[in-house]
Design a protein around this ligand. Structure first.
Ligand code: GLC
Ligand code: GLC
Length: 650
């Protein structure tokens, strides 16, 4: 499209804007609208250009952007300007995140503010508070089945409490990340209720069908996300007398983005939460945004166009706010959610590194880094100004979403290997110390994913039961090793709330009929504050884990080579138990860190010849950042202790 066309449309729109918008001081808004309008118009036209009401919809979109800009608080506008100037601010190594449930970590939003010293003690300065919006209590999917996008669940507090939390966090130099559930609503959302009552306008917000014909065509190619608890992708709604698309649970209705009104509503919701002081918005299940018959209905090109639009619109109104893409998809697809071209098509600045997460779990099961090494090597390169969210555990299950080709390169048969990893973590493999459960088992495909807390998956629960000190030590080492990887890999590490004190699986969810069928709740338990207190008591499991992680976090923040400027180099070493990479400070290339992780239960030898070709160990020794000691070669090799790691510098 020629820019002239969008310029003249912009001029027309500016004349048609609501009169109250015209009178306000909107200098920065207009500058940003001018800069982004060509992209917004082109994308909107690609998606909705053939509609007779195209221009009306465009006006309504720009109205939304302007009205939310007018409402944006001066302090947030100031931070927008500062972040526009310092646009790489989030790539710094200084950020360390944690995901937590407001009600499970504290009680409510006010209580959460009082618990911030715990996070600060550990060194966490970015808080992802899991979704807190109003959901039907029995059908909430942990906050992801939203009934009202503008209302905080009264059990947690009010919108004002969110704004207060945001401002307290700001004073502590901490960031707030909130969810926006963009793909679906609860079946009790007002739009769904009105659709059920027969309002055509709201039926058009969803995928609604009179009979099974179209749903059956979709089903031919759509996989099932929760096959065990919510099989199929459509649900019959008795009241409406129609089928509705429900990809996740049957009470989560998929939004239909073929309708521009849905996109505009969602952009309004995004900007609303940006205006409550969120620094980062986690966009849930973004891979699913566009549905197309004959496809798997994930990672469609239009899903990317929608995200580009959301980003461009956010740049106009709230440019300081970042997006996290939650797209738990194949390695080659995830990085596309950064946008494939930084200049023309930006999407989310941050994406869950689900590939690395799953690969780390592969290394735990196999006790070697063979698949991990190939997987890391083949991770698609990402754009500048984009960064990974690196995590070990989160509130969801672990899916083994790495590539079969990397399994083959490691010398395993993919199907057998996946079966082994699954059996290992679900305790079906003889001799396994892991205590996970299978999640989302699909008898048709044989697939399953894994639930369980970090500590229980690495064997801490078994070891404690057996009072086996060596096994306890091995589990703790594994927890620290996994964190050493996400803290040094490049990207923002995201810890999970119970993990720094070794929280085990909890079966408390089984007593709640609304949760009992979803075993992801076994790793979403109430944070145990008396257990957390034990972090101050020398020699306890809690203290051993917490103090080690706290130290690593502090070191990460000091180590400029850990900032993410695509400055990681994987080193080929001739020992499949080790993952070895270097990180180089982009400002000063002499400032480098050599990271070596040993996933094996035996100490491993690494010949220095493999390292000296890259300029390491030229003086025969390097400094271990964690202990301050020199690690010296002996007979041409260094030894990495069992289930351990080194961060080495010159
Ligand atoms: C995301 C959430 C998950 C939820 C799903 C459906 O994947 O992380 O917990 O079940 O979306 O909303
Ligand atoms: C599906 C989704 C993923 C989510 C998971 C929850 O795998 O792709 O986003 O984490 O379901 O179980």
């Amino acid at each position: 499209m020629y820019e002239q066309a969008s310029h003249s449309l912009l001029n027309e729109i500016l004349v048609e804007l609501k009169p109250e918008i015209g009178n306000l001081r909107l200098r920065h808004f207009y500058t940003r609208l001018g800069a982004n309008f060509y992209a917004i118009h082109s994308l909107f036209h690609l998606l909705y250009g053939d509609r007779p009401d195209f221009k009306e919809q465009m006006v309504s979109l720009v109205d939304t952007l302007a009205l939310r800009y007018i409402e944006r608080a001066p302090a947030l506008r100031k931070s927008d300007l500062a972040r526009e100037r310092d646009y790489n601010w989030f790539l710094s190594q200084k950020w360390v995140g944690m995901a937590l449930y407001c009600d499970r970590f504290s009680e409510d939003l006010k209580g959460l503010r009082k618990k911030l010293p715990y996070l600060q003690d550990l060194g966490v300065n970015m808080v992802h508070v899991m979704p807190m919006l109003d959901c039907p209590p029995d059908n909430s999917d942990g906050g992801y089945a939203v009934r009202d996008f503008y209302r905080i669940d009264p059990r947690f507090g009010t919108t004002a409490d969110v704004a207060a939390l945001a401002s307290t966090l700001k004073k502590r130099d901490m960031l707030l990340a909130l969810d926006v559930v963009v793909n679906h609503t609860s079946n009790e959302h007002e739009w769904a209720q009105r659709a059920r009552r027969g309002e055509k306008k709201y039926q058009d917000y969803y995928f609604v069908f009179d009979d099974r014909e179209t749903p059956d065509i979709f089903e031919e190619t759509m996989p099932e996300i929760f096959p065990a608890t919510a099989p199929g992708n459509f649900t019959w709604d008795e009241e409406m007398g129609k089928w509705v698309m429900t990809v996740f649970n049957n009470y989560q209705w998929d939004l239909n983005y073929r309708n521009p009104a849905v996109l505009i509503e969602m952009i309004d919701i995004i900007l609303f939460w940006a205006n409550q002081g969120a620094d980062i918005l986690r966009l849930d299940a973004v891979a699913f945004l566009w549905k197309k018959m004959g496809s798997v209905c994930q990672n469609e090109r239009e899903a990317h166009l929608l995200l580009q639009l959301m980003k461009d619109c956010c740049q106009v109104t709230a440019p300081g706010v970042l997006f996290i893409a939650e797209a738990i998809v194949a390695p080659g697809e995830i990085s596309k959610y950064f946008g494939e071209d930084a200049i023309n098509a930006k999407e989310c600045e941050i994406a869950y590194n689900a590939t690395f997460m799953a690969l780390l779990w592969d290394a735990v099961a196999t006790k070697n880094a063979a698949v991990l090494g190939h997987g890391v090597k083949n991770l698609p390169s990402k754009l500048e100004r984009a960064t990974w969210l690196n995590y070990v555990r989160c509130h969801d299950d672990i899916g083994l979403g790495f590539d079969d080709s990397d399994i083959r390169l490691a010398g395993y048969d993919p199907a057998q290997h996946r079966r082994f990893v699954l059996d290992y973590f679900t305790g079906r493999f003889a001799g396994s110390v892991a205590r996970g459960l299978p999640f989302g088992e699909n008898p048709k495909t044989g697939d399953a994913r894994i639930s369980g807390s970090l500590a229980s998956l690495v064997g801490l629960e078994t070891a404690l039961e057996n009072q086996d000190e060596a096994a306890i030590e091995a589990a703790i080492r594994t927890i620290v090793l996994l964190h050493s990887m996400i803290l040094s890999f490049g990207g923002i590490p995201l810890l999970y709330y119970g993990d720094a004190i070794g929280t085990l699986n909890s079966l408390e969810y089984l007593a709640d009929p609304a949760k009992a069928a979803d075993n992801r709740w076994m790793h979403r338990s109430h944070f145990n504050w008396s257990k957390a207190e034990k972090r101050h008591q020398s020699g306890t499991v809690e203290q051993r884990i917490f103090s080690a992680l706290k130290r690593l976090i502090a070191l990460r923040k000091e180590t400029t080579a850990f900032a993410d400027f695509d400055n990681r180099q994987l080193l080929a070493v001739d020992n499949p138990n080790l993952l070895t990479f270097s990180r180089t400070d982009p400002q000063n290339s002499r400032n480098r860190v050599l990271v070596i992780g040993n996933f094996n239960t035996e100490p491993q030898t690494l010949p220095v010849s493999a390292l000296s070709t890259h300029g390491f160990f030229l003086q025969g020794s390097m400094r271990n950042l964690c202990s301050g000691e020199q690690i010296a070669e002996e007979s041409g090799a260094i030894i990495i202790p069992a289930l351990s790691f080194y961060w080495l510098s010159d």
